[in-house]
Write a protein that binds this ligand. Structure first.
Ligand SMILES: [Mg+2]
Length: 247
C-alpha cells in the first residue's frame, strides 16, 4: 500500500454505535410538535418518525443521493395540524429534535484512542458521515464522544446536501484533506468504514485505499460484500494503528 497521509472515517458502525435513538427521537418529536402545533399525541409522533425514516430511505435510493431535509419534513408534517406556524417555530422545532439526538451514539471501545494515535503520528484525519441531523448537532454529538479535537475536519451529508456514495461528498472530503494548496492525491487516502458500498466500493473507484470494518451479518447487502475489495479488513478501528505502522 502507498504511504498513507490522510485517513477518512465513517461514523455509525465504525467509530460509534447507535445507543438510544428511538427513545430520544420520541421525546424530541413530542417537543417539536408542541412548538409547532401545541400538544401532539403518540400517533402524530409516530407519523413524524415514519416521515423521517421514509425520507431517509428515499434519499438513500435517490440516484443523485440528495440528503433528506429535516426542516422540510417537519414543515410538511405540521402543516395539517397548524397551517400557520412561523419560520422561528420551525427552526425551534428542528433544534428540539437535534438536541434530543445528542447522546444517542456511543464510541466504539478503543476508537478514540486509535484516532488519537493516528492523529499524533501526523496523519491528517477526517470524518465523512451520512447523517440527516443538522450539522451543528452532528458536530456536538461527535465532540461529546471525545473525537472533536482529534479530527482535522468533519463532513456530514446534512451539511453537503449529498450522501455517500455521491461523488460530491467524497470530493469535498478530498478538498478538505489536501488543504494548504496541495494537489489532492486519493492514493494517499485510506477510507475506513463498515459499509462495503459507501466506504469501500465508491472511495476505491475514486482511487482511495480502503479498510472495511466488520459489521453484523446481514447488516449490509451480500452483493455489496461480494463486490467490495478493501485493502484491509479489521474487526474494529482499534486495530488500525498497529496495522498502519510503517505504512
Ligand atoms: Mg457506517
Amino acid at each position: 500500500m502507498t504511504r498513507i497521509s490522510v485517513i477518512l472515517f465513517d461514523w455509525g458502525g465504525t467509530l460509534a454505535h447507535v445507543r438510544t435513538q428511538a427513545q430520544a427521537f420520541a421525546i424530541g418529536a413530542a417537543k417539536a410538535g408542541e412548538i409547532l402545533c401545541g400538544l401532539v399525541g403518540q400517533g402524530e409522533v409516530e407519523r413524524l418518525g415514519r416521515a423521517i425514516l421514509s425520507a431517509e430511505a428515499a434519499a438513500a435510493a435517490d440516484p443523485s443521493h440528495r440528503e433528506a431535509d429535516l426542516t422540510a419534513i417537519l414543515a410538511e408534517w405540521a402543516a395539517p395540524m397548524n397551517p400557520r406556524f412561523t419560520r422561528q417555530q420551525l427552526d425551534a422545532a428542528r433544534d428540539a429534535l437535534g438536541e434530543q439526538w445528542i447522546g444517542s451514539l456511543e464510541a466504539v471501545p478503543g476508537a478514540v484512542e486509535a484516532v488519537g494515535e493516528l492523529h499524533d503520528r501526523g496523519l491528517r484525519v477526517g470524518l465523512v458521515s451520512n447523517c440527516s441531523v443538522p450539522p451543528e448537532y452532528c458536530r456536538r454529538e461527535f465532540a461529546r464522544q471525545g473525537f472533536g479535537s482529534l479530527m482535522d475536519f468533519t463532513l456530514f451529508s446534512s451539511e453537503v446536501g449529498y450522501r455517500k456514495p455521491s461523488q460530491i461528498i467524497y470530493q469535498e472530503a478530498l478538498k478538505r484533506a489536501f488543504s494548504d494548496g496541495q494537489a489532492s492525491d486519493p492514493s494517499r487516502v485510506l477510507f475506513v468504514g463498515d459499509s462495503p458500498a459507501l466506504d469501500v466500493i465508491a472511495p476505491a473507484a475514486m482511487g482511495m485505499k480502503t479498510a472495511l470494518v466488520a459489521s453484523p451479518p446481514g447488516f449490509w447487502p451480500d452483493e455489496d460484500h461480494a463486490q467490495a475489495r478493501p485493502d484491509l479488513r479489521v474487526g474494529s478501528v482499534a486495530e488500525l494503528p498497529a496495522l498502519l505502522d510503517g505504512r
